[in-house]
Design a protein. Structure first.
Length: 201
C-alpha cells in the first residue's frame, strides 16, 4: 500500500550492507560482526551511508510442523525489509554477485555457485541455466583456441631445426601470436579470425 519516498536511499544502504558486510568475495577475512560495526561506523563520516535498524514487533508462534519460530505480521513494506535484513545479518547469510545478471543472491554455506536462480528471459530460463551453458561454451572455445595456438607453435618451432626460420623470427612471431590469442580469448576478435591470422602470419 505504501512505498517509502526515500526508496532510492534505502536501496543504496542495503546494497552497501551486502557489499561491506555479507559479500563473500570482498577479500576481507574479518568476522561479520566486525564488518557490520565498521559499516555502521561509516555513518559518522557520511550521513545516510548505513541502514538504520528499527524496532519491529514479532511473536513466538507454533508452526505447522509443531516447532516454534519468531513470526512477523507486517503492516508495511518497511517491516518486511527490516525483518529480512535482520535475518541475513543474524544468520551471517553469505551473498555473491551473479556472474550473469550482476545482482546479489544468497548462497548456502560451502557453495561455489556463480549464478542465481532469477528468471531472465521470456522462456523462463534462469541465470543458472543460461550461465552454465555460456560458461561451457567459453571453456570449449578457450580449449580450442589453446589447441590451435599450440599446434601452430609446435609447427613453427620445428621450422627452426629445419632451417626454414631463424630463432629470432620465431620468437618474434610467438610474442605476436600470444597477443592475438589473448585478444581472441577476450572477445576482441573471433576464433575464425584468429585461425585466419595464424594461417597468414
Amino acid at each position: 500500500r505504501h512505498i517509502p519516498s526515500d526508496l532510492d536511499t534505502l536501496q543504496k544502504q542495503i546494497m552497501r550492507l551486502f557489499e561491506d558486510v555479507l559479500d563473500i568475495d570482498d577479500g576481507k577475512k574479518k568476522p561479520v560482526k566486525e564488518k557490520l560495526q565498521a559499516y555502521l561506523d561509516k555513518e559518522k563520516k557520511e550521513p545516510l551511508y548505513a541502514y538504520q535498524f528499527k524496532p519491529i514487533s514479532t511473536v513466538y508462534e507454533r508452526t505447522n510442523n509443531g516447532s516454534f519460530a519468531e513470526v512477523l505480521h507486517p503492516t508495511s513494506l518497511s517491516d518486511l525489509v527490516e525483518f529480512s535484513l535482520r535475518e541475513c545479518v543474524k544468520r551471517e547469510q553469505r551473498m555473491r554477485i551473479c556472474s550473469y545478471c550482476g545482482k546479489y543472491f544468497a548462497i548456502p554455506r560451502r557453495n561455489t555457485a556463480e549464478f542465481c536462480n532469477l528468471t531472465v528471459d521470456e522462456n523462463g530460463h534462469t541465470c543458472r541455466e543460461i550461465g552454465a551453458v555460456k560458461r561451457w561454451a567459453e571453456k570449449k572455445n578457450s580449449d580450442e583456441l589453446f589447441k590451435e595456438y599450440r599446434r601452430e607453435y609446435k609447427k613453427r618451432f620445428n621450422w627452426i631445426k629445419a632451417g626454414r626460420i631463424s630463432p629470432g623470427a620465431f620468437y618474434a612471431w610467438s610474442a605476436t601470436a600470444k597477443g592475438k590469442r589473448d585478444e581472441c580469448a577476450a572477445g576482441k576478435m573471433s576464433f575464425e579470425e584468429f585461425k585466419q591470422w595464424l594461417g597468414n602470419s
